[in-house]
Design a protein around this ligand. Structure first.
Ligand SMILES: C[S@@+](CC[C@H](N)C(=O)[O-])C[C@H]1O[C@@H](n2cnc3c(N)ncnc32)[C@H](O)[C@@H]1O
Length: 242
């Protein structure tokens, strides 16, 4: 299994092993987001309005951020999809890994909160914050880096769904993989989170057409699933021959 993960492939069928603990943890997680909270991340104060994804210590936000900080690659002009509180873009701007960031989210609350967090961090001059569905607000533009910490849960294992946590049936991931190559500049790269609780067939299909590299993987003990960050480099994003 480790060899499969290290080679960038998701172990086949692992999503079926999602434990009852993960399902309970997911339901508890949805409830825990329903409050206003403040977090210190890379020296920035990040407010998380009720309903948004919270950048708590064991969140995928922290894991994704840690991964990018460790990679220490210059991210240039960054496009972040699903910015939520804005924590990832703002921390990457603050750490000078990104120069400018376009931050998008479908949620009006995410846009309001990201704008407020950017203002408090003194970073609003380096951000453009737009509401919309996936790439729709930046049609025709290209970026050095595209970043997306995706909603990870693709199967309705539980009673309620949440816009920040659930991509039921994988429709969002499918559209992301479909459109991504058009938004990267030559030499650019995309980073995205994925997991064995995502639809593994979508990543398998994408990685068949465009090679992807696994950058980091972590077993989330409290929830019982694998969290991964992948990179897809623009120069390799030519369609592989059939
Ligand atoms: C897992 S949260 C990540 C939030 C933030 N980037 C972070 O790491 O803390 C996923 C985000 O994707 C957003 N989202 C869901 N569907 C979307 C869509 N169709 N277009 C844009 N954003 C979307 C959600 O509103 C949520 O803010």
């Amino acid at each position: 299994m480790l060899a499969e993960i290290q080679s960038g492939r998701l172990p086949k069928g692992l999503s079926n092993l999602l434990s009852p603990f993960a399902i309970d943890a997911h339901a508890a997680h949805i409830q825990s987001l329903d409050r206003l909270a403040h977090y210190q991340v890379c020296g920035l104060e990040i407010e998380a309005a009720p309903g948004l994804y919270h950048p708590h210590a064991t969140s995928s936000s922290h894991f994704t951020l840690r991964t990018l900080l460790r990679e220490n690659r210059s991210l240039g002009h960054l496009l972040e999809l699903g910015c939520g509180t804005g924590v990832l873009s703002l921390a990457l701007l603050h750490q000078s890994l990104a120069e400018q960031a376009v931050m998008l989210d479908i949620s009006a609350e995410a846009i309001r909160t990201s704008a407020s967090n950017a203002r408090k961090a003194g970073l609003e001059q380096r951000t453009r914050i737009l509401q919309g569905d996936l790439f729709e607000p930046v049609g025709g533009e290209t970026f050095d880096t595209v970043l997306f910490n995706l909603p990870l849960m693709h199967t309705a294992h539980h009673g309620s769904t949440h816009q920040a946590l659930d991509d039921t049936a994988g429709g969002l991931a499918e559209r992301f993989f479909q459109d991504l190559p058009r938004y990267l500049k030559p030499g650019g790269a995309a980073y995205f989170s994925y997991s064995n609780i995502c639809d593994e067939s979508l990543l398998a299909d994408f990685s068949h057409r465009h090679p992807v590299e696994l950058v980091a993987a972590e077993w989330v003990v409290s929830s019982g699933f694998w969290l991964m960050v992948y990179r897809a480099d623009a120069p390799t994003m030519t369609t592989r021959p059939g």
